[in-house]
Ligand binder design. Sequence first.
Ligand code: SF4
Ligand SMILES: [Zn+2]
Length: 312
Amino acid sequence: MKHTITNNAVESYRPSKVGVDPMRPYLWLHEEEVQGDGLLKSVNTIFLTNRECPFKCVMCDLWRHTLDEPTPKGAIPAQIEYALERLPKADVVKLYNSGNFFDGKAIPRSDYEAIAKLLNGFEHVIVENHPKLIGNFIPGFRDMLAGSFEIAMGLETIHPEALPKLNKQITTKNFKEATDYLVSENIDVRAFILLNPPFLTDPRENIEWCLKSVEFAFDCGVSACSIIPTRDGNGIMEKLRDEGEYIPPALSALEEVFDRAVNLKKGRVFADLWDLEKFSDCKICFEARKERMQRMNLEQVVLPDVECGCAN
Ligand code: SF4
Ligand SMILES: [Zn+2]
C-alpha cells in the first residue's frame, strides 16, 4: 500500500463497530495520576459515547465505540451523571470521547453548561481534541468550569514523511499554533505521541523519532506527554503490518523511550500500558516490567531495570 491512504481506504478494512447506547458511557475508571503541580491526585476517567470522529487516522481504533449519527442533546450530561454515580470522589476528571470534545456533532455545544455544572466538584478537567478544532468555544467552555482546564491533543509523530501519511491532517505547525493558543488562554496541554507509527519501520529510528517528538511537544509548551505504543487491531494496521509498513514496538523499546523521556526532565511523561501484553514475548519478566512502568508513571523517576535472560 504505497499510495496515500484515504478515509475510504481506512474505513474499508474496518471490522464492525461495537453496539453502544447514546445514554451510557462505554467505560469509566478511577485511577491516580501525577498532576502539573507534582502531586499525585485521584482521577475519574469517563469514556463518553458520541458521534464518530470525522478524521480517519490510519492507526485509530477509537471509532469502535462510537455512534454514526450526531449525539443527541442531553445524552452527554446523562452519561456523565451515570458514571459519576458509580465512581468514587476524585480531584480530577478526564472526559475522553474517542474523538474531539470540541466537535459540535460529538458533544453538542448546547450541552456545555450542563456538562460544566456536573464537573463543579473537580479541581481540574481534561478533555481531548484535534489541533485544528480551535475557536472561541474553547475559552467559552473553560469559563464555565469551576476548576482549571487541560486539553490532550495527538501530535503522534514529527517524522516528516510518516506524519502526513497518518491521515491525521495536521502538520507540526498546526500542533505548535494550537498549543501556543491554548497556553495563552491559560489552558494546559498534553500530547499523545506514538511509538512505532505506521510507515516507520526501523526499530532504532522509531525510538529516536519518538523521543524527538516528545522533545518537540515539550518545546511547544505542553506540560505532559503520553507515549502510546502503536497497536494493530483496526483492520488497516494488520494490512500495513503484512506489507511491512508497520512493525509493533518491542517492550524494551517502550522502556527505553520512557526512561529517556523522563530523564529529559521537561515535564511529566506517561507510558500508555493498555493491552501491554501484546508487546511482550516473555512470561517470566512481563508482570515485573509492567509494574515498573506503572510505578514510573506515578513517580516520574527512572527505576532500576528488571533483569531477565530474554531478549524482548
Ligand atoms: S483524530 Fe483522534 S479520534 Fe479522530 S481518527 Fe484521529 S486518532 Fe482517531
Ligand atoms: Zn523476560
